[in-house]
Design a protein around this ligand. Structure first.
Ligand SMILES: Cc1cc2nc3c(=O)[nH]c(=O)nc-3n(C[C@H](O)[C@H](O)[C@H](O)COP(=O)(O)OP(=O)(O)OC[C@H]3O[C@@H](n4cnc5c(N)ncnc54)[C@H](O)[C@@H]3O)c2cc1C
Length: 262
């Protein structure tokens, strides 16, 4: 039996056209759709597969505004059993440290054997929350895992490294973050989506976690986003017409004289 916690974040849809809000520190949320962070889908899938093999429970934890409940419902429709939503407005405006601190308070002491999270959230992409959470829990941590086997109290995790792979064995409880390739997340079926609508999502406030207002959200954050800018647009490409041999000569000339890369 494995009791597994999965940390999930709601992020802007990968298809969404993002723009920077007027205050230049965040994206404009008006008119964009949100999804369950793709790395977290792998984490949820892995947790459900482990539960299906070994029994136990899967509980998802999400810190985010009211709209994040949609991402929680996706995880429930995939097969998670329970959900905890850290949704209080006081959690807003926090950083990786306050997110990990709140998640730790929600997860610690609840007899979880394993925490699964994503390697990173595709929006802020700091890849810090899993590591910070493991540190706060005092549990071993393996990042960016592409294969996971759990037997008894041992988890054996494969990680891709430059030019090879690494196998790391840890004793449970542990925190593991999911890399793409870990599994193929399932598409929830319509009846499961309907069933997920009726599953209870526990709403938790800082006070429920024993945290004061000064420890969460913007008040507890140690840094602030000072600026956010879109990537510079790419200039239009050049079409070199003519015979292939002439065109190749022109391309080489442009690479040498204009782009100065050769
Ligand atoms: C100074 C500062 C101010 C910020 N202000 C705001 C703000 O006002 N509003 C806002 O929405 N965001 C804000 N953020 C971003 C927010 O705090 C980040 O979501 C958080 O820091 C997590 O970092 P990340 O997204 O880079 O996650 P990563 O560390 O890249 O995420 C790795 C994994 O950790 C887990 N995880 C990450 N975040 C959560 C979460 N919230 N709940 C559950 N699991 C999670 C997921 O499994 C995820 O795959 C701010 C960040 C900073 C640094």
């Amino acid at each position: 039996m494995l009791n597994i916690a999965v940390c999930v974040k709601q992020v802007p849809d990968t298809e969404a056209r993002l723009s920077v809000a007027a205050d230049k520190t965040r994206i404009e949320e008006q008119g964009i759709s949100f999804i369950l962070n793709p790395y977290d889908e792998h984490a949820v899938e892995e947790a459900i597969r482990l539960k299906e093999k070994q029994g136990g429970t899967v509980t998802v934890f999400c810190l985010g505004p009211a709209r994040a409940e949609e991402a929680i419902r996706t995880a429930l429709a995939m097969g998670a059993d329970k959900a905890v939503h850290l949704a209080d407005a006081a959690f807003g405006g926090g950083d990786e440290g306050t997110a990990a601190a709140a998640l730790e308070k929600a997860i610690a002491g609840k007899s979880f054997d394993l925490v699964l999270a994503g390697r990173l959230a595709i929006d802020d992409a700091s890849g810090q929350v899993g590591a910070r959470l493991a540190e706060k829990l005092g549990w071993p941590h393996v990042t960016a895992v592409t294969r996971l086997a759990v037997e008894g109290r041992e988890a054996v995790a494969n990680r891709e490294i430059d030019g090879g792979s690494q196998v790391v064995a840890v004793t449970l409880p542990a925190v593991i973050t999911a890399q793409r390739g870990l599994n193929q997340p399932r598409y929830p079926k319509i009846p499961d989506i309907m069933k997920a609508r009726r599953k209870e999502v526990a709403k938790v406030t800082p006070a429920d976690l024993g945290l004061s207002g000064g420890e969460v959200g913007g008040a507890g954050a140690k840094g602030k986003v000072a600026g956010l800018a879109p990537a510079p647009g790419r200039s239009a490409g050049k079409v070199i017409a003519g015979e292939p041999a002439d065109a190749a000569r022109k391309v080489v000339g442009l690479l040498r004289d204009e782009a100065k890369v050769i």
